[in-house]
Design a protein around this ligand. Sequence first.
Ligand SMILES: C[S@@+](CC[C@H](N)C(=O)[O-])C[C@H]1O[C@@H](n2cnc3c(N)ncnc32)[C@H](O)[C@@H]1O
Length: 276
Amino acid sequence: MKVCNIIPYFKDNLSSITHEKEIVSWAYIVIESILAYTKSDTIIYSDSYISKTNTDKIINIVKELRQNKPIQYILGEAYFFGLYFKVNRHTLIPRPETEELVKWILQYNFQSVLDIGTGSGCIAISLAKNLSLNTFVLDNSKEALEIAKFNADKHQVPVYLLHQDILKITELPKVDVIVSNPPYVELNDYDSIKPNVINYEPHDAIFAPSYNSLIFYHKIILLSKSALNQNGLLFFEINEKYSSEISDMLKKNHFVDITLKKDINDKFRMIKATKK
Ligand SMILES: C[S@@+](CC[C@H](N)C(=O)[O-])C[C@H]1O[C@@H](n2cnc3c(N)ncnc32)[C@H](O)[C@@H]1O
């Protein structure tokens, strides 16, 4: 196969599962990952032949994409806030709206952070890469924490790992900022979730318990009251549907300066509050 044949090969084999824009973006991600070519290299070297090994790799990747496997799990990495994070089936694939949350948090000055439900560690590590921080990451999944540790080492950010179930613990370390993107999708929405998510991403990272969709917010708010330093900040990624409930929960627990923020799609997907 020649370099110029890659994009047409992707289009021929994947047009039945998604639109052209996504197919072309996958092709460039794969070209970069397998051949280490930028978009312009793809043009410069368009007439070059690819080795048999790399051709086989590309063919296998396309096969997996046809089965709706997310490109990030196929390649084992996801791009988030300017960095590559290792991901696997135990970690959620970091989402663009979470990058917006990180950007928002970086507008503040602080010295310590706790990321609850850290998964790949993408939030905490991106923050610590930009500020000098004492960084704690918590998850109940041992496998996810191993990935967070790998990513922290890769990006040379020291982190304290907390392997704990947030719903069971009674205390958190004292910090300036607590951030969480907890599982918040409702089981009722199961049927509307795309197959690439349902079939591959960890359900414990996505779905809130059926008995209480807001239980993670409730528990984290309660624990944050004593764990946050004075004027400490609590940030959540949220389901827009529950923005007023979560806001009320924060008010009832005496948090102040409660601010909702819209994402790029004009939806309230983030909230911030200050501990008095
Ligand atoms: C929505 S994912 C967020 C992952 C990552 N922070 C991100 O933004 O991409 C939620 C995370 O919470 C973790 N989690 C689920 N239940 C938990 C619990 N009871 N205690 C602690 N962590 C939990 C999952 O393992 C998962 O890593």
